[in-house]
Write a protein that binds this ligand. Structure first.
Ligand code: FES
Ligand SMILES: [Fe+2]
Length: 393
């Protein structure tokens, strides 16, 4: 494992970060966009990184196209399936009919079967794949890499995959920089989730380490050396105060971030992983897919690997009785509450919101910026995309 330390180089890294890591998101990667079961024969409209996209299923397969008819601009998500058993979508306005596989115009129904426009136009299509009940999309113009390359191994190999999704206000980059011990030991103290565990005051010797741990890919992991508890703050008194409720320790039932094996990590294109969250024996992942200039899709995925039916039942009981609502819904809502303000600060500040080098806990966020800059795929493609988001908002 390699220590990534960006603190001495913070100014240069922060400057490059805004040039190369666009607010619209990194197009040159696969991103989750919906659950497989949400995409049926009826078209669904989504805005992704500023692009209006329509998703639909034909003959069992999911397709994605630009959501605008080349004729008069009608949203193809208003369209119908006039020819069941074919992979076509018909625009609701004048009946132009497109092959959803390659986007080609195969008929203009209201101009007769011999319409001269047929074969002359094409709608943009986007590569889509389905893995683990999730629909993944490739938004770049360049040919896609195999989708497995961008899906963490812990998700590909999970036998339990459970998601929570919502549209959040803000920018994906601030949420990628949210996880870490600097906020976990303070922001979440009053959540139901943390109430039942004996939460420490602060972590010492926080380090960002790049490497593989357990059965997963390479991640930038947040490690720490020790903890501070019940310390005297000069002139103020002792902190943290002990709270009502923390004496109840349901450790095996609901063990979370306080559990010894809970490690937060991050990797490109801005995926967060937390082990043993929202309950023990889980791997938890988060994606942040920018939709328009002020919103992103917050896509949370809990994974588990039960070996027996009993294990599975026990995991599901803990997950649905506790982990999902207390962890993924309520605890993580506190993060959204903060990221919204990080975005507001950036908007007032020319798009800039930097980790602070003198605050030791921000070393992890600085390390993420350095790692992202050094490992970015196809930086050229991503640079163009800021303009497309601006234009769309
Ligand atoms: S706008 Fe789509 S067919 Fe006319
Ligand atoms: Fe958090």
């Amino acid at each position: 494992m390699k220590v990534i330390d960006a603190r001495t180089d913070a100014a240069r890294i922060n400057e490059l970060f805004y040039q190369r890591i666009p607010e619209a998101g990194l197009r040159n990667y696969w991103h989750p966009v919906a659950l497989s079961r949400e995409i049926t024969d009826k078209p669904v409209a989504r805005t992704l990184m500023g692009d209006a996209v329509v998703l639909l299923r034909r003959l069992g397969r999911v397709y994605a196209l630009a959501n605008a008819c080349p004729h008069r601009g009608t949203q193809l998500s208003k369209g119908t399936c006039e020819f069941p058993g074919t992979r076509t979508l018909t625009c609701r306005y004048h009946g132009w009919t497109f092959d959803v596989g390659d986007g080609g115009l195969v008929a203009a129904l209201t101009d007769g079967p011999d319409s001269p426009i047929v074969g002359k136009l094409r709608v943009r299509t986007y590569p889509v794949e389905e893995r683990q009940g999730i629909v993944w999309i490739w938004l770049a113009d360049s040919p896609p890499v195999p989708v497995e390359q961008d899906i963490p191994r812990g998700l590909l190999e999970a036998s339990e995959v459970h998601t929570v999704r919502r549209i959040a206000k803000g920018n994906w980059r601030w949420h990628v920089e949210n996880p870490g011990l600097g906020h976990a030991t303070f922001l979440h103290r009053d959540s139901e989730y943390m109430r039942i565990v004996d939460m420490f005051g602060y972590a010492t010797g926080i380090k960002a380490m790049l490497g593989v741990e357990g059965d997963d890919d390479e991640w930038l992991l947040e490690k720490f050396e020790g903890i501070g508890q019940d310390r005297e703050y000069p002139g103020l008194g002792s902190w943290p105060r002990h709270r009502f409720g923390e004496v109840i320790k349901l450790t095996k039932f609901a063990e979370g971030p306080r559990g010894v094996n809970t490690i937060v990590s991050v990797k490109l294109p801005g995926i967060i992983r937390v082990s043993n969250f929202p309950i023990a024996d889980s791997l938890y992942y988060e994606w942040f897919v920018q939709t328009d200039a002020d919103h992103y899709l917050y896509f949370q995925v809990a994974c588990a690997y039960p070996k027996t039916l009993m294990d599975r039942a026990y995991w599901l009981l803990r997950f649905y009785a506790w982990g999902r609502w207390a962890g993924m819904v309520r605890f993580n809502a506190q993060d959204l509450w903060m990221v919204e303000d990080s975005h507001a600060k950036a908007k007032l500040n020319g798009g800039v919101n930097d980790p602070v080098a003198g605050y030791r806990a921000d070393g992890f966020q600085l390390a993420w910026r350095k790692y992202a800059l050094e490992n970015l795929r196809g930086a050229k493609v991503t640079e163009q995309q800021s303009d497309s988001l601006q234009a769309a908002s």
